[in-house]
Design a protein around this ligand. Structure first.
Ligand code: BGC
Length: 269
């Protein structure tokens, strides 16, 4: 049998109790990775456990780990505990993210700070700990890279989004953080890339596809005329984390059914 693409590698997936994080965890486990299914608050524990159970049922290895990625002390502890338990970390899927939408003039500082804190500062804190570990360990024979980071961005790293200034700003920030650290650490054989999902059916955008009418509106924005599934993102994450993507560094892979192709121009302009 051909060796699985991520055999024996240790992956931390943040925000993995639901949505894209849960989908990535399952695909990474199928590819042979041991997965740390991170969840943010006690209330999400049962969902994280369900993800682990699902992985275990197909012979995969995973554990749950509670950590709020916006808190420096908790992030440091998570990386220290994972390194102690599994020896190292090979892959970070920097996924945890949320929305707190509001009209700009009504957006509170709390809404702004909460989204920036999780989506951008959280990715910074986790990337920093991951890179420190990658540098300590170096290339270990499990991969051509000393470590891989995949930042979960969004089509909104390039598409402005009225009513979501905090979210769009966080993803624009993720884009340049990702490219900047990719430039800094490529000489150390660390690969850092982003995935920019379009509309993927998850709890975050439930309102956008829950009724036939909403779905019809949403599909106008997607040339491929289907809403994405978490597996679409999970498979892209496996590829980016694997040696098949060894020469891919500092780039954003859009997985969006063409959402960034200006579909409004299809029959117009
Ligand atoms: C957002 C979703 C939205 C999608 C496309 C994502 O980043 O979280 O709510 O449906 O972008 O607009």
């Amino acid at each position: 049998m051909e060796k699985r693409k991520l055999e024996g590698q240790i992956a931390i997936v943040t925000g993995a109790s639901s949505g894209i994080g849960a989908g990535c965890s399952k695909e990474l486990a199928k590819a042979g990775a041991t997965v740390v299914v991170n969840y943010p608050v006690p209330g999400a524990k049962a969902m994280a456990e369900a993800v682990v159970k699902d992985i275990n049922s197909t012979g995969g290895v995973a554990i749950t780990y509670k950590c709020d990625v916006s808190r420096e002390d908790e992030v440091k502890q998570m990386f220290a505990d994972v390194v102690e338990q599994f020896g190292t970390v090979d892959i970070l899927i920097n996924n945890a993210g949320l929305q707190k939408d509001a009209k700009f003039t009504e957006m509170t500082l709390d809404q702004w700070n909460f989204v920036i804190g999780v989506n951008l500062t959280g990715q910074f804190l986790c990337a920093r700990e991951a890179i420190k570990e990658f540098l300590r360990r170096g290339v270990n024979g499990k991969s051509k890279s000393a470590g891989k980071i995949i930042c979960m961005s969004s089509v909104h790293e390039v598409i402005p989004w009225a009513g979501h200034a905090n979210y769009a700003a966080s993803k624009g920030g993720v884009m340049l953080m990702m490219k900047t650290i990719a430039q800094e650490f490529a000489p150390k054989r660390i690969r850092i890339n982003s995935i920019a999902p379009g509309a993927i059916a998850t709890p975050i955008n439930h309102d956008a596809w829950d009724t036939a009418e909403h779905l019809q509106q949403l599909l106008k924005l997607i040339p491929q005329k289907r809403v994405g599934q978490v597996e679409d993102i999970g498979r892209a994450a496996v590829w980016l984390a694997s040696d098949d993507a060894d020469y891919v560094n500092g780039t954003t892979l859009f997985v969006d059914g063409g959402m960034t192709l200006y579909p409004g121009f299809e029959d117009n302009g």
